[in-house]
Design a protein around this ligand. Structure first.
Ligand code: DGL
Length: 280
């Protein structure tokens, strides 16, 4: 009997974030796997997660990921440092598919720094998590010559969620946090939250020659390794390959996603998404 090969481009993966930040990871996944279908869930009704309790973050992440599993996804990408830090172990024990998380790029930063001082920008919930402390301990013991300093970047997630990527207010908030790390001597800055790459222009305006470390491409490579099958070639359009679900306002998220993906891709694709669904 002949069995038709499965067109895995129609078997989506699920990507989750508290809001729109995970779209920076989606951009990297689409660059690495252009025919991979993706369902993206934004928990915008409960974003930001950065100041929420460990328990709330775990409960919301599990609830949103169960929506993605209902869609039959082949793998889950937790495109949120805060949710990864607080929920990845439980998700891996619970989900019936591979689960890929994202964590601040301390290791690549240790390899890149020239003066041995690395600044880490992340949410308060990420920086205070046990998982982050363990990562810091591990990388510090591998690279004892490197000093890590961190800063909880106040208000940055909200800036991205409101699409305010380059205003005077944005530059003020970005300057405060980046300058604090530059004053500590950092020549390398880790963007330890998936929202922050969308503020790259404002960050670079303050950071000058400091290296910026983001982790979207590493997550895409890890996903490639973990996918049960590589996606098949596909003639599907962007709108078929990328669908959104949100716990918050449907039109608002769709409009924001289109802008942010265009920013992430430098305008290389057109992002006419379909299927934005409100779910709680
Ligand atoms: N994108 C999430 C992260 O990577 C943002 C967390 C939040 O909602 O505060 O941490």
């Amino acid at each position: 009997m002949l069995v038709n090969p499965v067109d895995t481009s129609s078997t989506p993966i699920g990507v989750f974030d508290s809001g729109a930040g995970g779209l920076s990871v989606v951009a990297a996944i689409r660059a690495a796997l252009p025919t991979q279908a993706i369902v993206y869930f934004a928990d915008t009704a409960f974003a930001p997660y950065g100041a929420r309790s460990d328990r709330e973050i775990l409960e919301r992440t599990q609830l949103c990921c169960s929506r993605l599993l209902d869609r039959g996804v082949a793998a889950l990408v937790i495109a949120c440092n805060t949710a990864t830090a607080n929920a990845i172990d439980e998700l891996r024990a619970w989900a019936p598919v591979p689960v890929v998380g994202v964590e601040p790029g301390l290791k690549p930063a240790a390899a890149v720094t020239r003066n041995g001082v690395v600044g880490v920008l992340a949410t308060r919930a990420t920086l205070s998590s046990r998982r982050y402390r363990e990562l810091l301990h591990k990388v510090s013991s591998q690279a004892p010559q490197v000093r890590f300093v961190d800063h909880a970047a106040h208000g940055w997630v909200e800036l991205v969620e409101s699409g305010e990527l380059d205003s005077v207010h944005t530059r003020t908030l970005v300057r405060q946090a980046v300058q604090a790390l530059l004053d500590e001597g950092a020549d390398t800055l880790v963007l330890g939250c998936t929202h922050y790459p969308f503020l790259r222009r404002a960050i670079e305006a303050v950071a000058g020659t400091a290296s910026l470390i983001e982790t979207g491409p590493a997550v895409a490579r890890e996903l490639q390794r973990r996918l049960p099958r590589p996606p098949a070639p596909s003639s599907a359009t962007d709108g078929d390959l990328l669908q959104f679900e949100s716990s918050g306002d449907r039109e608002q998220f769709a409009a924001l996603a289109a802008i942010l993906l265009a920013v992430a891709d430098g305008g290389k694709r057109s992002h006419t998404e379909r299927g934005v669904q409100r779910q709680r």
